[in-house]
Design a protein around this ligand. Structure first.
Ligand code: F6P
Length: 484
C-alpha cells in the first residue's frame, strides 16, 4: 500500500465504533455498514483522524466520561461531535434518510414522491445544515493540532454541505477530496427537489477539489446534473473536470472494495467455522441460494422472493432441493418505510413457506440480526448468491462473496449495482425489476456446468483481490495533488 506524507482527516456520519458504558466502564463495539467496514480497514494502517457524529445515548455517555477531543481507540484516532438529538433526528431521519437516500436510489414513484412541507425545510436548515456545520467546525478545530499538508475526506450523502462550510472556515489551506458511497442519479431524478435546494447542494459539493464516485456512470451523471442545475458551470474535460466560480474541480470513479486479507483470515476463525459447520450440516442435501442485506427498500428483497417463489412453482423439481437463506440486518427503523418493508418481507416469506413448504422443508429461512461472522460463513458456502438491488452504490456483499466463497458459487447481480461495472462479465446480470429474468437466472445458476461455475468464480475472486480496499484508498491519495 502507498503511504502518504499528508495528514488525513476522514469525516463521516457514522464512525468506526458505537460506544457504551458498562458498569460505568467505557466499551467500544465495531460499527456496522459498508462505509465503516471499508474505512476502518484503511484507517488502522494510515495516519488518519476520523471525525464522526455521536449517534445515540451510548456515544454521548461515553463522551461525557472521556471528554471531547481526539481519542485513540483500537489504534484509530477518532473525534466525535455531538449534535443535539433533535438536530440529529432532522438531519438523519428527515433529510439524509429518507429524502436524499430515496431520491438517489430513485425509490420515489409519482404518487409517493416526497412532500416538502415546512418541516422538511426546517429539517434542512436546522438539522442537515447544522450538523454539517458542526462537523466542519470540528475539522477546522482539529487542524490546529496537525502540521503539514492536510487532506480532508468527507464521506457520503450526509455531508454534501461540509466542503463549503469548511472553506468558509479555513479557505484553501486544505485539500478536500469527497467520496460518495451511494449512486448519483441523473438530473431528472434530482428534479423532485426544488431548484434552490439542488443548487445549494451542488454548489456546496463543488467547494471540494475532487469528488469521487463509485462508478463511471455516477461520475457522468454528476457532471450532467451540475450542467443542468448550476449557471456558469463548464465541463472542461468530458466526464472528468469542471470549472465553476473560478475554480477547477475533478470528478472521478474510485470503485470501493473489501479488505481481502481480513475476510480470509476471519473465515478461518473458530467463531466463523462454527457457523460453517452448522450451515454445512443443514445444506448437505440442498442447494443454498443466499442473500444477505440490510433491510432496505433499495435492496429489492421482495422481488427476489417473488422470483424464487416463481422458480419453485414453474420448475417444481427444485422443491425440497433448494433453500433460500436470507440474512437480514434491520436498519433505520425510525423511518416508516423501513419498518413497513420488514413487515412485508416477513409476510411474503411466511406465505411462501405456508403454501409450498412441508414438515421437512422450509423454502425460505430468514435470520434477522447483525452477525457478521454468520454472514461470512454463509458467503463461503452458497451455490447461488442473489444480489438484485434496484440501485446500489457498489454492493460489497457481491465482492465479499467473490473472495469468500469456496463452492464455485454463481453470482446473480443486478445491472443497477455499482459492482456490475467490474463483476458484470462473470456474473449473471439481471434487471432488478424483471422477476421473470431473475427466475430464469436462478435456474441457469442452479444448472450451470461445474467447469463454467469454476471459471467464473475464479475470475470474480481475482478481480476483487486485485482491486481491494487498500487500492481504493491509495488511488485517491495518489490523486490528491492537483494536476499540472
Ligand atoms: O453508503 C451507504 C451507507 O452509509 C453504507 O455505508 C452502509 O452500508 C449503510 O449506508 C449504513 O447506513 P447507516 O449508517 O444509516 O446505518
Amino acid at each position: 500500500m502507498t503511504t502518504s506524507p499528508q495528514r488525513i482527516i476522514v469525516v463521516s456520519n457514522r464512525g468506526p465504533f458505537s460506544f457504551s458504558l458498562r458498569d460505568g466502564e467505557p466499551r467500544a463495539l465495531r460499527g456496522a455498514g459498508g462505509l465503516v467496514t471499508a474505512i476502518s480497514a484503511v484507517a488502522r494502517q494510515q495516519d488518519v483522524l476520523w471525525i464522526s457524529c455521536a449517534l445515540g445515548k451510548g456515544d454521548r455517555d461515553w463522551l461525557a466520561r472521556v471528554g471531547n477531543g481526539v481519542h485513540t481507540v483500537e489504534d484509530m484516532k477518532i473525534r466525535l461531535v455531538t449534535p443535539n438529538p433533535a438536530q440529529y433526528h432532522a438531519y438523519y431521519n428527515v433529510i439524509s434518510n429518507p429524502l436524499l437516500w430515496f431520491v438517489q436510489h430513485q425509490l420515489y414513484d409519482t404518487p409517493r414522491a416526497p412532500v416538502l412541507d415546512e418541516t422538511v425545510w426546517k429539517a434542512w436548515e436546522d438539522g442537515y445544515a447544522s450538523v454539517n456545520r458542526q462537523l466542519a467546525q470540528a475539522v477546522a478545530d482539529s487542524l490546529t493540532e496537525l502540521d503539514g499538508e492536510v487532506v480532508v475526506m468527507p464521506q457520503d450523502y450526509h455531508l454534501y454541505l461540509l466542503p463549503r462550510y469548511l472553506r468558509e472556515r479555513v479557505g484553501d489551506s486544505v485539500r478536500i477530496q469527497s467520496f460518495l458511497h451511494i449512486p448519483f442519479p441523473g438530473p431528472g431524478a434530482w428534479r423532485v427537489l426544488p431548484l434552490s435546494l439542488r443548487r445549494d447542494l451542488l454548489d456546496a459539493m463543488l467547494h471540494a477539489d475532487r469528488l469521487g464516485f463509485q462508478t463511471e456512470r455516477d461520475t457522468r451523471r454528476f457532471l450532467q446534473t451540475c450542467v443542468d442545475t448550476l449557471p456558469e458551470i463548464q465541463v472542461i474535460e468530458p466526464w472528468r473536470r469542471l470549472s465553476y466560480q473560478g475554480r477547477e474541480i475533478d470528478a472521478r470513479a474510485y470503485p470501493i472494495s473489501v479488505d481481502v486479507d481480513y475476510l480470509e483470515q476471519r473465515l478461518t476463525s473458530d467463531e466463523v467455522q462454527q457457523y460453517v459447520q452448522q450451515f454445512r450440516a443443514h445444506y448437505q442435501n440442498r442447494k443454498l441460494i443466499l442473500r444477505t442485506d440490510r433491510v432496505e427498500p433499495s435492496k429489492n428483497i421482495l422481488r427476489g422472493l417473488i422470483a424464487y417463489r416463481n422458480l419453485l412453482l414453474h420448475y417444481p423439481q427444485y422443491q425440497r432441493q433448494v433453500e433460500m437463506l436470507m440474512l437480514l440486518v434491520p436498519s433505520r427503523t425510525e423511518v416508516t418505510e423501513y419498518r413497513t418493508y420488514l413487515r412485508d418481507i416477513m409476510a411474503l416469506a411466511g406465505e411462501i413457506n405456508a403454501t409450498l413448504g412441508d414438515g421437512n422443508w422450509e423454502p425460505v429461512r430468514v435470520l434477522l440480526g447483525n452477525n457478521y461472522d454468520r454472514a461470512i460463513a454463509a458467503l463461503s458456502l452458497y451455490d447461488v448468491l442473489l444480489v438484485n438491488p434496484l440501485a446500489d452504490g457498489m454492493n460489497l456483499v457481491a465482492k465479499e462473496g467473490a473472495v469468500l466463497n469456496r463452492c464455485d458459487g454463481v453470482l446473480i447481480l443486478s445491472e443497477e449495482a455499482g459492482a456490475a461495472e467490474e463483476l458484470g462479465e462473470d456474473s449473471l446480470l439481471v434487471s432488478p425489476y424483471d422477476v421473470y429474468g431473475t427466475r430464469e437466472a436462478l435456474r441457469a445458476a442452479l444448472e450451470m456446468p461445474a467447469a463454467e461455475r469454476r471459471r467464473r468464480a475464479r475470475r470474480l475472486a481475482d478481480q476483487v483481490r486485485q482491486n481491494d480496499i487498500h487500492r481504493w484508498f491509495s488511488r485517491q491519495l495518489n490523486d490528491v495533488q492537483p494536476e499540472p
